[in-house]
Write a new protein. Structure first.
Length: 717
């Protein structure tokens, strides 16, 4: 729970409301105030929701949370946003969101390449990235890159900007701006440190997207912690209104209405969750309110930006329509009907899941203008002896919803559209005013989820999956991970008893006891922070003299005396058999022609085309996981001040055949050939300025022509 220090600068009305309710919420396990959003997809990207064993093809705008896994196949990339931070994956990368909460984001990287961009950290907030060799804790805002070689006992950490600490079974190793380190020999933290290398094509792509997202015009009107707010610039305009302040108006066709083009999925612990088809559709569907003003729909983000409070995510800000007489005159083919429409200005959101009084107030005051939140809370929230939470659905019936009478605002579908995660626009029907008048309003759709509801719209379609070795690989953790989710099949009967409502903590605990699920052991408890007597120079680094590289794989004497390492408890994750066998593609390299590589300055006709994009598409991606590059231009590892050669205006150039990265900022056409040494070596070593460059090739890596910049916009509709 956040402290009062976090709310010190909130306007007085909100401060008083929050102060009065901090203690009341202490007994409840509220859901996180944030999720991870799939911002961008290129190539074949798959997800495995927590609690199920199947992999499905990913879709944009799907919210991800604790225990969800992501895999990017060959020729694929993915970007995930958290508001103040962004995760980007290169090809053939396996990642798990170990823990996503208000205070920590813990990510497991089994193999591949991950870029982490952090715009800002809240007080007490932790970002931890766990690999088979180490657990890395971010200490400052900045840009970080992590590479886990699937074929070697090696993890590379690059700090472009910022600072962090690697921990394992030895003394901690701190890394600073423009440094790179390689870690080998299991969890021993045996390491070598180099100057940060020149950026490759993946780094350039990440930097271009970060610069665009960090300087979004919409941040003038909405908090930068509203996930997806940076996508609004390219798809609409901001307009001032006398009643609602500045509202964002999307560029849409006549007759469009919110929450109509998309589908529903079941995401614990929130329940029914909307996934919008529009590339801009995340922020306006999970924050703020929709208003119908002068004949157009506009999105109001809520109160003025308050930098010290993270806006609270909601699964869908709608009022649900149902009842025994709703849909009777419409042929739905059996199974009943359910409808919804967007909540309007100042209308309270009543969660379908058990929450504390504090959460109830925060999810409303950070998303819309409410004059008297205490009065609203007293009407719609009941706390019985501080042990049982009851949402007062009876009072929901008494709200006069502004949007219920707007033409086209109400969307109605058969209940099977929700359970099967079917596209809403294809299955919706028009609701007559008479039917709507006879309907009742609820806080959720009274529909019990099925397995297809969890997997989403791509259920039963072929999807790529990571190699089995990656799934079973162990990682080091500094923070003990939360318990793994209960299998969905074990919860399904309980969910059916109270349709549409997620299970509370007490019910989940009872189910765990029934299925005799043991408490999960952490994958490693060996991670140690730097002890007070250690310096910031890595103690496991191989000593060397100027002009002579260290011998890879040879342990060295610690630079300073240190405490003995504590044996770790590394628990392997068991294989996860699935009831559905997905298409598996291993890490074996394919020929250049098969991967769409280029042999000349003319792009290949077989170059992969992005299957889903964000507002700004990117260049075709590296065809496979980028293996570590050998030193370039004769540069040697050093701990001296790094030589950095930024180039603010990258230029187009032809990448020679046989190079496995996208064009970097500098010209590498004449780079000298250097045989690949055995690890550890710098991932890609910076070269001295004005070095003579000669072409080089890497027979162990796959290759592709990679034009710089971002390609024309394409969207997954």
């Amino acid at each position: 729970m956040k402290t009062l220090k976090r709310f010190a600068n909130i306007p007085s009305v909100l401060t008083l409301a929050i102060f009065l309710t901090l203690a009341a919420g202490a007994a409840f396990a509220d859901p996180p105030s944030r999720v991870v959003r799939l911002n961008y997809l290129s190539g074949e990207v798959s997800v495995q929701p927590g609690g199920v064993n199947d992999w499905v093809a990913a879709v944009m705008n799907r919210p991800l949370t604790t225990a969800d896994r992501v895999w990017t196949d060959k020729n694929a990339r993915a970007e995930m946003g958290l508001g103040g931070a962004v995760l980007r994956l290169n090809a053939e990368t396996s990642m798990t969101l170990t823990n996503v909460s208000d205070d920590i984001v813990q990510v497991e990287l089994d193999q591949g390449t991950l870029n982490l961009h952090i715009r800002h950290l809240f007080d007490g907030e932790t970002f931890e990235l766990d690999t088979p060799n180490l657990a890395f804790t971010v200490l400052k805002n900045g840009d970080y890159r992590f590479d886990v070689d699937p074929n070697a006992d090696t993890t590379y950490v690059t700090v472009w900007n910022g600072e962090g600490e690697a921990t394992g079974q030895g003394p901690g190793v701190k890394l600073h701006r423009r440094q790179q380190a390689s870690f080998t020999n299991g969890t021993s933290l045996q390491s070598q440190v180099y100057d940060a290398p020149d950026r490759d094509g993946f780094d350039d792509w990440c930097q271009v997207r970060s610069n665009r997202e960090d300087h979004a015009e919409s941040y003038r009107y909405v908090s930068a912690d509203v996930i997806g707010a940076d996508d609004l610039d390219n798809y609409g305009t901001w307009r001032p209104t006398p009643e609602y302040g500045n509202v964002w108006v999307p560029a849409v066709a006549p007759g469009w209405a919110p929450y109509h083009n998309g589908h529903w999925v079941w995401v614990a612990p929130w329940g029914w969750t909307w996934v919008d088809d529009e590339p801009w559709g995340f922020a306006p569907c999970h924050y703020g309110r929709w208003v119908f003003y002068n004949g157009f729909w506009g999105w109001s983000p809520g109160p003025p930006v308050v930098a010290v409070v993270r806006p609270v995510y909601a699964p869908a800000l709608v009022a649900w329509v149902g009842g025994p007489r709703f849909g009777v005159s419409v042929s739905f083919g059996g199974g009943g009907a359910v409808g919804w429409f967007p909540l309007g200005w100042g209308e309270p959101y009543v969660p379908a899941y058990a929450v504390s009084r504090n959460y109830f107030q925060q999810v409303n005051v950070t998303n819309t203008h409410i004059t008297n939140i205490t009065n609203v809370t007293n009407n719609y929230y009941i706390n019985n002896n501080n042990t049982t939470t009851v949402i007062n659905n009876n009072n929901v019936q008494n709200i006069h919803y502004a949007n219920q009478n707007v033409a086209g605002a109400v969307t109605a579908v058969p209940q099977r559209t929700l359970t099967n995660s079917l596209p809403v626009a294809r299955n919706s029907v028009r609701v007559s005013p008479g039917e709507l008048k006879a309907a009742s309003f609820t806080s959720t759709a009274p529909v019990a989820p099925q397995r297809t509801s969890v997997l989403g719209v791509n259920t039963n379609k072929a999807a790529v999956a990571p190699p089995p070795a990656a799934v079973a690989r162990t990682v080091v953790t500094r923070t003990a991970p939360p318990p793994k989710p209960i299998p969905f099949e074990a919860k399904q009967e309980a969910l059916a008893k109270n349709p549409g409502h997620p299970l509370d903590a007490e019910t989940e605990a009872s189910i765990r006891q029934m299925i005799h699920e043991p408490a999960p052991a952490p994958k490693s408890t060996a991670a140690q922070p730097m002890h007070p007597g250690a310096t910031e120079t890595p103690t496991g680094m191989q000593p060397h003299t100027a002009g002579q590289p260290p011998k890879p794989g040879t342990p060295s004497q610690p630079a300073v005396a240190s405490a003995p390492a504590t044996p770790g408890h590394v628990v392997p994750r068991p294989p996860q058999p699935g009831s559905q066998t997905p298409t598996y593609r291993g890490t074996k390299e394919a020929p250049i022609e098969e991967l769409g590589g280029a042999k000349s300055s003319t792009p290949s006709d077989k170059e992969p085309r992005p299957t889903a994009t964000g507002p700004v598409n990117a260049a075709p991606v590296t065809p496979s996981h980028t293996l570590p590059r050998p030193p370039q231009g004769g540069g040697q590892p050093t701990l001296a001040a790094p030589v950095y050669h930024p180039n603010p205006q990258p230029t187009e150039h032809v990448q020679p055949a046989g190079h496995n990265t996208e064009p970097a900022v500098h010209n590498q056409e004449n780079e000298p050939h250097t045989p690949r040494p055995a690890p550890p070596q710098p991932l890609y070593q910076s070269r001295p300025p004005h070095a003579e460059l000669q072409p080089q090739s890497h027979p162990t890596a796959s290759h592709s022509q990679q034009p710089r910049g971002e390609a024309p916009k394409e969207h997954n509709r």
